[in-house]
Design a protein around this ligand. Structure first.
Ligand SMILES: [Zn+2]
Length: 279
């Protein structure tokens, strides 16, 4: 059932919850990152396609819950328009200290770059919610030497960003109730412990998909399209299809990290695939 959405909303009230989209900028992704595409699909994103970089703030009466922390300043060399949230800025210290929880959908650097800086947590008062599978995968000391040479800088960065928040963790195993109508939904494939977020209040609900879908230009119309950074592309496709079916069948408003818009919308069936309809 639809939430109380306003037209073109980037803010949604769901019972006592308020959800606000916080854009961290955008990233231009090369067409070569997509596979299992037709020539026409390839052409549609050639030479690159623009990903948004959405994060969200959920406010309850007493909690301020961030969903992901953006990329900080860590990806700017490659993606100059990333890291717009600048959580690391000293003038944001008070705002950071008020954050009670951070849900980390997964540990790619575009989602955890804003968590810590120079070995210190930037959100000292927050409980950080991650899937145990995700945390254990990325922080495994053996991972660095197990991955190909070209992936090592990424793993090294993720481990450096994660270490300072190791004492703030709440590790979850599968779906988990965080209270206030907020539930973590296990959604693996993009990474081993990738999770989405389900919000509900009475009969109203909404879902933050995180990276269940990465390209709105390709994967709504064709959920089978694969992405180079998916750790298990076949599982990512399966998770995407399951959640797309649920979103369209129940007409659940949703958002996703890399949509080219920071607005909420609905998923409608179109042909053999789907289309995004902004609220
Ligand atoms: Zn991402």
């Amino acid at each position: 059932m639809p939430g109380t959405l306003e037209k073109s909303a980037t803010r949604l009230a769901l019972g006592d919850l308020t959800l606000t989209a916080l854009s961290d900028g955008y990233l231009d992704i090369p067409a070569a990152y997509f596979s299992n595409v037709t020539p026409a699909e390839q052409e549609a994103v050639n030479p690159s396609t623009r990903f948004g970089a959405n994060t969200w703030l959920i406010e309850t009466g007493t909690r301020k819950i961030l969903v992901d922390a953006g990329s900080g300043h860590f990806l700017r060399e490659r993606f100059p328009a990333s890291g717009a949230l600048t959580w690391q800025a000293p003038e944001k210290a008070e705002e950071r200290a008020a954050v009670t929880d951070i849900i980390i959908t997964h540990m790619h650097a575009d989602h955890i770059g804003g968590l810590s800086l120079n070995g210190s947590s930037l959100f000292p008062n927050a409980v950080i919610h991650v899937q145990a599978t995700e945390w254990n995968f990325w922080t495994d000391a053996a991972l660095l030497s197990a991955v190909p040479e070209d992936k090592r800088p990424m793993v090294h960065l993720i481990q450096a960003l994660a270490k300072p928040v190791g004492n703030q963790l709440r590790l979850h195993r599968g779906d988990a109730d965080l209270g206030n109508g907020i539930t973590l939904l296990s959604a693996p494939g993009h990474t081993p412990g990738h999770q989405a977020v389900h919000l509900s209040a009475g009969a109203e609900e909404m879902i933050l998909l995180a990276d269940v879908v990465v390209s709105d230009a390709l994967q709504f119309a064709n959920p089978e399209v694969r992405y180079a950074l998916d750790s298990d592309p076949a599982l990512a496709v399966q998770t995407r299809k399951t959640l797309f079916d649920r979103l369209s069948a129940d007409r659940i408003p949703f958002a996703a990290t890399h949509l080219s818009t920071d607005r909420f919308g609905y998923l409608e069936t179109r042909g053999n695939g789907f289309a995004f309809a902004e609220v």
